[in-house]
Write a protein that binds this ligand. Structure first.
Ligand code: GLU
Length: 424
């Protein structure tokens, strides 16, 4: 295995921004990044926090806290989703925004990185309440958003529905329809075909590229997928369709295991009918934690951050991890995975299919034109494959993990652009 590059000591292992920075530091060291560029790239360009008063259905006014962080706009307008979740906080949004900078640079699209979030529990809010909250957030961020400034998209807890409200509120304020201000929109509003499946498709392409490197025959491979939301369910479906045996899936209700393989179409139909996988009949139940420790070829963590840590990493029995979620592996697990010889295809590469097709959506909006699914899939598959090869080559060249290799590719691109644009 390539040598492990010791990350710089960090202050708080549960702080996602510090966790991101420890990987950034390892890559910066390998690149011999000069101090000035290091300082510029590690400080988010802009952080906006707003209070959003919203009238609830019962007549009460509740004030929600919303954030938008622009980590970098060196490569172009910042790009990144908006998360609705009770755990949203500024450190998490900062880390997610930085990951977007590196993600866009890894797949070589002309965007910087940003991320937004509102601390709320959308599962406990009515549609009207979520709509008023989304519109209030958009109004508060009118100066931040813009097709040439900062372009939001869906993330955890949001979907095309929220993007439609955002596009409408922003457009009303401008007096014209500005569909390129947001991506992940419903198709009739200028969304792109293939956008909903794009992240899962990129996970599948990454998994196949990595299996080829590890000489794992996909037709004999087994896989466990944690999370059955958009990313997890589509990843599972596409892997299953291509002959990989998906033996375990999970959602908030728990894990479901069948050693003969789970029919993902059947599980999707069950989930669509029952809202969750709870009670899914064609598998035995396991916990989400047990799923991670199954003896499988491929593990796809596609649920949330920090599920693989120094605590459970020693018990992992997979050969390959393909990160569908953002930040599923805490930096404390990195050396353990390296030691165990588990190849991890990092989030900023593996789940970049989503933002890649967001880029296509934005391009189509600006051209006033539509591409067909074949064109979208062909071009995004090509971008993912090229990015995978570049990251793999960097990991070989620098003798580091693919994760640090991805940071090396990304930081090198952003740093070079920064220097060429001129420093003042
Ligand atoms: N939220 C997604 C991500 O984390 C998509 C971002 C986008 O399409 O801008 O990559």
């Amino acid at each position: 295995m390539p040598a492990y590059v010791e990350p710089a000591p960090i202050k708080d292992k549960d702080n996602p921004f510090e966790s991101m920075m420890s990987r950034f530091d390892s890559a910066a060291k390998l690149l011999n990044l000069d101090e000035q560029t290091y300082k510029v790239l590690s400080a988010p360009t802009k952080q906006v926090t707003v209070s959003l008063p919203v009238k609830m259905d019962n007549g009460d006014v509740r004030v929600f806290e919303g954030h938008r962080v622009i980590h970098s706009n060196i490569l172009g307008p910042s790009k990144g989703g908006i998360r609705y979740d009770m755990l949203v906080n500024i450190d998490e949004v900062k880390a997610l925004a930085a990951w977007m900078t590196w993600k866009c640079a890894v797949v070589d699209i002309p965007y910087g990185g940003g991320k937004g979030g509102i601390k709320c529990d959308p599962t406990k809010m009515s549609e009207g309440e979520i709509e008023r909250l989304t519109r209030a957030y958009t109004l508060a961020m009118l100066d931040v958003f813009g097709p040439d400034r900062d372009i939001p998209a869906p993330d955890m807890g949001t979907s095309g529905r929220e993007m439609a409200w955002l596009m409408d509120e922003y457009s009303k304020a401008q007096g014209i329809t500005v569909n390129a201000v947001v991506t992940g929109k419903p198709l009739v509003l200028g969304g792109s075909v293939g956008r909903i499946e794009a992240t899962g498709r990129g996970v599948m392409v990454s998994a196949f590229a990595a299996m080829e490197k590890l000489k794992i025959n996909p037709y004999q491979a087994t896989c466990a997928v944690q999370g059955f939301g958009n990313v997890g369910s589509i990843s599972a479906k596409l892997l299953h369709e291509r002959g990989v045996k998906v033996v375990a899936i999970s959602d908030i209700s728990g894990g479901y295991y069948n050693e003969k393989g789970i029919d993902i179409e059947d599980a999707l139909a069950y989930r669509d009918k029952n809202r969750t996988l709870a009670g899914y009949p064609n598998a035995s139940t396991i916990t989400n934690e047990q799923l991670l420790e199954l003896e499988v070829d491929v593990l796809v963590p596609a649920a949330k951050e920090d599920v693989i840590t120094d605590e459970n990493a020693p018990r992992l029995r997979c050969k390959l991890i393909v990160e569908g979620a953002n930040g599923p592996t805490n930096f404390t697990a990195d050396p353990i995975l390296q030691e165990k010889g588990i190849l991890a295809v990092p989030d900023i590469l593996a789940n970049a299919g989503g933002v890649t097709v967001s880029y296509f959506e934005w391009v189509q909006n600006r051209m006033g034109y539509r591409w067909d699914l074949d064109q979208v899939n062909r071009q995004s598959d090509q971008i993912m494959k090229t990015a995978f090869d570049k990251v793999y080559a960097a990991s070989q060249k620098y003798g580091c993990s693919m994760r640090i290799g991805a940071y090396v590719v990304a930081i090198d691109k952003v740093a070079t652009t920064y220097k060429l644009r001129g420093v003042y």
